[in-house]
Structure formats: structure tokens, C-alpha cells
Design a protein around this ligand. Structure first.
Ligand SMILES: [Zn+2]
Length: 367
């Protein structure tokens, strides 16, 4: 399973050296963009619905009461039943298509007492799902009145100014560190490393941060050349597990003095030298027995990647993304798209699948 060899963004071409590129990632004031479910960005689906014009407007509220009882709107609850003299009757698909039933016949069958209440009937295309964002509500309301419950967090997440500048700078710094990790490992193999070796090669690097203490708890770089599932994110998850008395992969060749399990201290020193203010190391892990004994809360000890932010130079594949779901990551940030295998925007949006039991937020547009 390989992870990508796609051309970088046009803007990335402006940088010619690795240093320029990393500076660009770090210093840009451009806000990041959340990768949200298509239902928030793609035009909404419309469904055909029969609408009847009421003859006598004074009977409108009585008609609505009867209709709500006899022909409830069910999945179209988000639509108001009436608009001026028009009332919603039912989706077109409710009629019997085999007998080619007319809407008049349908009304007579379902609500006989209203058989003479309508001036005429027409078919309208109306939004099949409730509006989630204000702009959707505005768009839908041009067609028909909708019930709408605004969600301020969602509005902000879908907007262009989600992160305040100090926070944005942190995310950009951790992403720059992920690129430094890639540079460090690749330059061990190639003394004449070029920016294109990082941007175009099929590699990934991951930095895991505990935002509650603003500290890097794990780092990893691809080992797919030697092990088919040791993608960077999978190794990062394993390195996080090592901070919690776990971990499956043997990385004992790494120096014991490193604050990051599975990572050579030379890399940590290299990063400390470049990013003087960045902290390394996880919060103390407390076993369940000790938590129970001391009547501590589960949140007093780290658990998998709960609450952690994951920074990856490249969009992760489906295996890694699913691994991050299982690991309970809180947010995933990536810089380069993985057009062939990316599971967070390119091929699918795994984090938007409603049936998964955990969802993380995803941010990109570092360039
Ligand atoms: Zn992967």
C-alpha cells in the first residue's frame, strides 16, 4: 500500500528550497480550512412534492391540522406545512404509480373531507434534508419556508476564520516540524536532498501533539519499505501507545534518553535546536487500577490519542485514517493531498461517515 506521488500545489512551487518551503508553512497567515461533510458544501438534494392551493384561506389552519394527522410529512418535517395559501400534501412518490393515481384521488382516499378544499395542485422541488447552515437556510427559504436550528460552532467550522492567529501559528509550527521530521529521515539516506524529494515522494511523517499541555508526545516516519503496514500514522499511534505502557512494534534500537518512544534522541535534539519553544513528552500515564484506587477521573491519564492533534505532511490513506479513528484522535491536520489514496478528502471523507463510533475534525490548506 503506497501513499501518493502527486504534484504539490502551485503555491508550493514558489518555494525552491526545503527551508523556504518550511518557512512558508510556518509564517503564512492564511487560515486553515476544515474538511467538512459534503452535505455542508454541495448543493442540497431536492425532492418532488405535491402542493395544493387552498380555496378558502380561513380554513387553512383547520386543513393543516387535518393534514398533519392524516398525511404526516415524516421525513420532510423540516418543511413548514403551509406558505400563504399553499400547503404541502405529500411527496410525489407517495402516489401509487402502478395505478397512475392522481393527487385528487390520493387526497380523496386519505382525507376525504378535504376533497373539495383545493383550487389546484402543483408539483414543487423542495429540499429533501433540513438546512444545517445559515446560507443553506437562506437558499432553501427562497423555495419554501424551513425549520432551522443554527449551530454557531458548525458555522465557524465551515467558515474561513476558524483559528485565531496564535492558535493558527501553533498548528503551522507543528506542521513545519512534521516536514522537518521528513527532512531528517530522508537526508540520512540522501545527502543532496531536494524539496521535490519530500513533496513528490511516496512518504509521510507524523507529529502527535497533546494540546492540553502543548507538547509533542510522538513522532514517526514511514517504514513502508521494510514493513507493509508501518505507515507513518500507524507508527505514530504505536509510539503513542508506548507512552501508555503499550505498543506493539519493537523500536528498541532507539536511544533510551529520548523523551519520545521509538524516536532517536538525535532527532529530538535536531528539532529542539530548530524550535526552541516546543515541548516534548507525554503526560504521565496512570493505570486504571491506580486511577480507581485514588478515585481519579479517566481524564487524569491519557488514553490512546484522545484529545490529541495529529499533524501529517500528507493526507493519510484509509488504513491510517481508520487507525486514527480507532485511536480516538481529536483533530487531524495534513498539508499535501494524496489524490490516489487519501481518505480524508481525495477519495473519501472517512471522518464524515455517520456510522463510525468516533469522529475527528480535519484541517488542511496550509499552502
Ligand atoms: Zn497510510
Amino acid at each position: 500500500m503506497s501513499e501518493t506521488i502527486e504534484p504539490p500545489f502551485k503555491k508550493a512551487k514558489m518555494a525552491e528550497t526545503i527551508d523556504d518551503f518550511i518557512q512558508q508553512i510556518m509564517l503564512s497567515k492564511k487560515n486553515l480550512q476544515a474538511v467538512v461533510s459534503d452535505e455542508f458544501i454541495k448543493p442540497g438534494a431536492f425532492t418532488k412534492v405535491y402542493v395544493g392551493q387552498v380555496k378558502n384561506v380561513k380554513e387553512l389552519s383547520k386543513i393543516i391540522t387535518i393534514l398533519n394527522e392524516k398525511i404526516p410529512l415524516k421525513e420532510l418535517q423540516h418543511l413548514k406545512r403551509a406558505r400563504k395559501k399553499e400547503v404541502l400534501l405529500c411527496p410525489v412518490q407517495s402516489l401509487n404509480s402502478i395505478t397512475q393515481e392522481s393527487i385528487q384521488e390520493y387526497v380523496e382516499e386519505k382525507v376525504y373531507e378535504l376533497k373539495d378544499s383545493f383550487e389546484y395542485f402543483k408539483i414543487m422541488g423542495l429540499p429533501s434534508l433540513p438546512p444545517k447552515l445559515k446560507k443553506q437556510h437562506t437558499e432553501y427559504s427562497r423555495v419554501w419556508s424551513c425549520n432551522f436550528h443554527p449551530n454557531e460552532y458548525l458555522e465557524k467550522l465551515c467558515g474561513n476564520d476558524f483559528f485565531l492567529e496564535p492558535e493558527l501559528m501553533k498548528h503551522r509550527c507543528y506542521m513545519a516540524i512534521a516536514f522537518e521530521v521528513a527532512r531528517y529521515y530522508l537526508s540520512e539516506r540522501n545527502s543532496n536532498l531536494q524539496l521535490s524529494d519530500i513533496l513528490l515522494r511516496d512518504i509521510n511523517a507524523t507529529v502527535v501533539v497533546d494540546p492540553s499541555i502543548d507538547s509533542i508526545v510522538a513522532i514517526s516516519f514511514d517504514n513502508r519499505e521494510n514493513h507493509p503496514v508501518q505507515h507513518s500514522a500507524m507508527l505514530a499511534i504505536d509510539n503513542v501507545a508506548k507512552t501508555q505502557n503499550g505498543g506493539a512494534w519493537n523500536t528498541s534500537t532507539c536511544s533510551e534518553d529520548s523523551p519520545l518512544p521509538g524516536i532517536d534522541n538525535n532527532l529530538v535534539l535536531y528539532l529542539k535546536n530548530k524550535f526552541a519553544n516546543v515541548k516534548f513528552g507525554a503526560r504521565n500515564y496512570v493505570t486504571k487500577e491506580v486511577l480507581d484506587e485514588n478515585r481519579m477521573n479517566a481524564s487524569d491519564s491519557p488514553y490512546l490519542c484522545t484529545g490529541y492533534y495529529i499533524y501529517m505532511i500528507r493526507e493519510p490513506c484509509i488504513m491510517c485514517s481508520m487507525g486514527l479513528v480507532h485511536a480516538r484522535a481529536n483533530r487531524v491536520f495534513f498539508c499535501l493531498y494524496n489524490n490516489r489514496q487519501g481518505a480524508l478528502i481525495s477519495k473519501t471523507k472517512l471522518h464524515c461517515v455517520p456510522s463510525l463510533n468516533h469522529h475527528f475534525e480535519v484541517f488542511t490548506e496550509f499552502l
